[in-house]
Design a protein around this ligand. Structure first.
Ligand SMILES: NC(=O)c1ccc[n+]([C@@H]2O[C@H](COP(=O)([O-])OP(=O)(O)OC[C@H]3O[C@@H](n4cnc5c(N)ncnc54)[C@H](OP(=O)(O)O)[C@@H]3O)[C@@H](O)[C@H]2O)c1
Length: 280
């Protein structure tokens, strides 16, 4: 089996909202790119009208119920809101195939809670993507539950790689990753917008300022992912008595670093609160 090749041919997605749709588009794009026609994706959602846009895609089958998705699929991706997880899991449990894998994207719902509702011995993988999935740039953390094996984790990794980078982590790290990445993408969006406002304040047209701000963030991210440290970007940019060090002084004076750290810490705390509730 080649790396990146999906081993399971029948995949179900329950809940085709923000994340479910992104995963669906990512999987279809990956299949088309590889010329794969042997995989079928079964989908269901409470909002039936949301599914109609997929009617003309021969690789997608719209199901009348979640139970029908469960019957048809070897791997089920559960992409409903955390509060809806328990009800859906209990309803599909009798219909899941032997050896089937349930991948949950729900924030703050531990694998143990899903296993309890699905039944002992069932394979559960928990994943935390982010909305970067819309453009194939999700950062997705994945971990396995008690009964899933490494091969199941690999299957999930292959599927989720259709929407971006995947990291295999320990379940205890899921809450901080929810804060850092699941929520964190919104923090970066706010920073990009705030810097763009600075440009507008100084006279740039809004669209131009926003595009330049976003591309500046992208450049910083790419340099760091290529292996340079954030401090080296600072060093390469901040000349003595220059513009960058003046801006950095303003940021430090306002406590921007502490505020950004706190955003992640608070988001993580909230994820832990939600996880605590899900355990009950
Ligand atoms: N959005 C993010 O940035 C993000 C990031 C990481 C993880 N997640 C996780 O991803 C999950 C989905 O989030 P989302 O933002 O994609 O939510 P969403 O846009 O609300 O999508 C969920 C979809 O599931 C449908 N649904 C609700 N109950 C259902 C049921 N019983 N059976 C079938 N479909 C049902 C919803 O329909 P109705 O609207 O009619 O209820 C909606 O269309 C959540 O658990 C969240 O924690 C989200």
């Amino acid at each position: 089996m080649k790396a990146g090749e999906v081993r399971r041919k029948k995949i179900g997605i329950i809940g085709v909202g923000n994340i479910g749709t992104s995963i669906l588009h990512g999987l279809r794009a990956a299949d088309m790119e590889k010329g794969r026609e042997d995989r079928k994706i079964f989908i269901s959602d409470e909002k039936k009208e949301q599914l109609r846009v997929f009617e003309s895609d021969s690789g997608i089958e719209i199901c009348a119920s979640n139970e029908e998705v469960a019957k048809n699929s070897e791997v089920i991706i559960l992409a409903v809101k955390p509060n809806d997880v328990r009800g859906v899991v209990e309803a599909i449990a009798p219909f899941m195939n032997e050896g089937g894998i349930l991948i949950s994207v729900a924030a703050g719902v531990p694998t143990s809670a899903i296993e309890r509702d699905l039944g002992e011995g069932r394979k559960v993988i928990r994943v935390m993507p982010n909305i970067g999935a819309r453009v194939g740039e999700s950062v997705t953390a994945i971990c396995k539950g008690e009964y899933a094996g490494e091969e199941d984790e690999e299957i999930a990794e292959e599927i989720l790689s259709a929407i971006g980078a995947v990291y295999v982590v320990k379940e205890r790290d899921m809450d901080v990753i929810t804060g850092l990445s699941g929520s964190g993408i919104a923090f970066f969006a706010m920073v990009i917008a705030a810097m763009a406002d600075g440009g507008v304040y100084e006279g740039l047209p809004h669209d131009l300022s926003l595009a330049i701000s976003a591309r500046t963030a992208l450049g910083a991210a790419k340099i760091i992912l290529a292996g340079d440290k954030p401090s080296s970007i600072k060093q390469m940019t901040a000349s003595p008595g220059g513009t960058t060090i003046r801006g950095i002084y303003a940021m430090e004076a306002r406590g921007v670093k502490a505020a950004m750290m706190e955003a992640v810490i608070e988001a993580t705390k909230r994820a832990r609160e939600i996880s605590g509730k899900s355990k009950m």
